[in-house]
Write a protein that binds this ligand. Sequence first.
Ligand code: GLN
Length: 536
Amino acid sequence: MSTTKYIFVTGGVTSSLGKGIISSSIAKLLVARGFSVTIQKLDPYINIDPGTLNPYEHGECFVTDDGAETDLDLGHYERFSNVPTSQANNVTTGVIYQSVITKERMGEYLGETVQVIPHITDEIKYRIKLLAHRIHYDFIITEIGGTVGDIESLPFIEAVRQLRWELGFNCVVVHLTLVPYLAAAGELKTKPTQHSVKTLLESGVQPDIIVCRTEKHLSEGIRNKIALFCNVSPSSVIECIDVESIYDVPMLMRKENLDLEILQKTQLPIDSQPDLTDWEQFLYAMKHPAGEVNIGLVGKYVELKDAYKSINESFIHAGTSNGVRVKVQSFHSEFINESNVAEKLGNLDGVLVAPGFGERGIEGKITAIRYVREHKIPFFGICLGMQCAVIEFGRNVLGFTDAHSTEFNKSTTHPVIDMMEIQKKISGMGGTMRLGSYPCKLKAGTRIMDIYKTENILERHRHRFEFNNDYLEVYRQAGMIPVGVNEKDNLIEIIELEGHPWFFGVQFHPEFKSTVARPHPLFVSFVKAAKDFAGR
Ligand code: GLN
């Protein structure tokens, strides 16, 4: 297929309807039909990226191979489609304006008044098409963040209007809305959908397909009504009923023929079926586990559903591949202490200590790690979780009572975790950490090699601090072994504790690379260890 087709996904009525999941499901269905697909997210906020946003504001910050700090929806895109994303897949208003203002200062618009239309909208259109510059894609799916009618998303919607005109049938607009059920009336209500389509129409955009989030099935009458009032055919009204798992949504959309509608609208032949065998097998295995394991997630944002999104999804992938359901129990690290740790963690089959920044909750993490180390409960430390394991070992095994990371205590006599040399010269925030994919060499003949089944791996990073190599020998002698190293910069990327059933700390974020098609080997191995521990 030569011409790239563009699919825009907008949302109306309320936020949090799941545009990311719909976009990912469309991608999955098209990939299953053999098309090459990428998805991008346009976010209307002014931050350059979500890297500087608190998880309370924006949930998890997802990191791509090329080191972009992005919206968590990109995680869904990768997990569903198994296609990696990049810097170009997440564009914010901040990026658009920064680029236009830089060009203005360089004199690129000399003599012109720089305006939202055409300069900002041209930049948005350029960013949408940029993805197709280097690699050919059959489809580019662009999710527009926010809800139609928001002042800040107007330039994005205007860019969609212009592109629609330029691209003709190579462009499809999918609008996601809510069809609420009013219990008192005993009815589903279409009015919010009608209003939201009207709002889109005010900006000159007529949606081609309307996907309706609903808790009850849409009757034919309701579908016809939405079609009539919103200028689409009844077959273009797609029901998206609440389901048990986000991974059910591609099958649901298949059943509703969303992929066929897209192929028809973009004038592509419908001469084959999508191959969803693997996906169906995954769903079956996920829903028919042979057992359950209990894993504790220790972090400081545990009350926030989206803060550890990728970790939670990785557990679903790894549990499914182990034939078990992973029940993740969250523990707020601020509230773990010596006197309650046994009660909180004592019945778990494994404990994961989460990544993070800042001092809040650190001592609770260290207390949790001491407990699982001493009680030989499988332990997985990610980024800050690994650093806490190093601190704990320093304090309680090596006797360095004030061992710490210089992130939290600059004057410690034992800075077992210290800022990376290169980071010491950096002052600005935002995109300045060690970000993205870096190679790591695994130690031959160790368990980590069995887990990865290869010697050289690539994993994604997001940190400023690292294991202090001055302590390498003393740790090694005492049994905390560096089993994965970045040779170029001499950074310890993985530590393993000898004599423990499963105790790994990793400086990187394996959770960003786990997909339905390829569950991450470290998560798979950790869940297996938890399963063994549970059945001991
Ligand atoms: N705060 C730590 C660092 O900057 C860990 C970061 C993380 O867990 N992502 O190194």
